[in-house]
Design a binder for this molecule. Structure first.
Ligand code: MN
Length: 235
């Protein structure tokens, strides 16, 4: 997963989201270096994904929820550095869990914002080129892929994500669920496209109708960005 996160970070930097390039945090003497993670700026306004995702949801989701994951990740990594400096690893299980949960939250949300764009202005339609060919090769058709991805998203138990990945070992695409931000994942895979199905992602507009939110979300999927993620993952 660590390799995967670094690649994701590199991918983000490559498309010019300069605000996402992390600064170095001050860590205690002898603890090694850590990153000061920052909330990435959105490349569109909070109301840009209307009517599919409402502005209020976007604002809360980005400025409050994602922001809390960034703070949680920084705190966990700072405490791990303090533990290294002091040699006291009494909280290692808790801190490792916090780092995985908030780290998963930070990087999945950073991906989530980038793989969406206003409908008709980069968002919606179907993938083209190599991405389209690989989807057809590995899922049978775009429609079959879309059905599996939607079903995975709808079927997440409680809070979580559906994620399209590229698996380096056999160069195939696969769809997995993630519970919370980090459970049910696999290794050696690069996330290319993700939908957040935590209630905070849709409840204000769609209430309990997660399926309606998922159906609407396809209208704002930024396929060119997903294709760039695939290109980066294949390098
Ligand atoms: Mn979320």
């Amino acid at each position: 997963m660590e390799l995967s996160r670094r690649k994701l970070l590199a991918g983000v930097a490559a498309v010019g989201a300069a605000s996402f390039i992390p600064a170095r945090a001050n860590t205690p003497e002898g603890a090694g270096e850590t990153t000061k993670h920052e909330l990435p700026k959105l490349l569109y306004g909070y109301d840009a994904l209307e009517p599919y995702i409402d502005a209020r949801t976007m604002e809360l989701h980005h400025s409050k929820h994602h922001s809390a994951y960034v703070a949680g990740l920084n705190a966990a990594e700072k405490q791990l550095a303090a533990a290294r400096a002091s040699g006291d690893f009494g909280q290692i299980q808790h801190l490792s869990r916090q780092a995985a949960f908030h780290g998963g939250g930070h990087f999945l949300h950073s991906l989530f914002w980038r793989v969406m764009a206003p409908a008709g202005k980069g968002g919606g339609g179907e993938p083209q080129g190599d991405l389209s060919q690989k989807i057809i090769r590995d899922f049978g058709s775009f429609s079959a892929f879309q059905k599996q991805f939607s079903a995975a998203a709808a079927g997440v138990e409680g809070s979580g994500w559906a994620i399209l990945h590229y698996r380096r070992a056999d160069k195939r695409l696969l769809v997995l669920q993630a519970e919370n931000q980090q459970k049910l994942s696999a290794w050696g895979i690069e996330p290319l496209l993700a939908i957040d199905v935590w209630e905070h992602a849709y409840y204000l507009k769609y209430q309990n109708k997660r399926n309606d939110y998922i159906a609407a979300w396809w209208n704002v999927v930024n396929w060119p960005e997903v294709a760039r993620n695939l290109e980066t993952a294949m390098k």
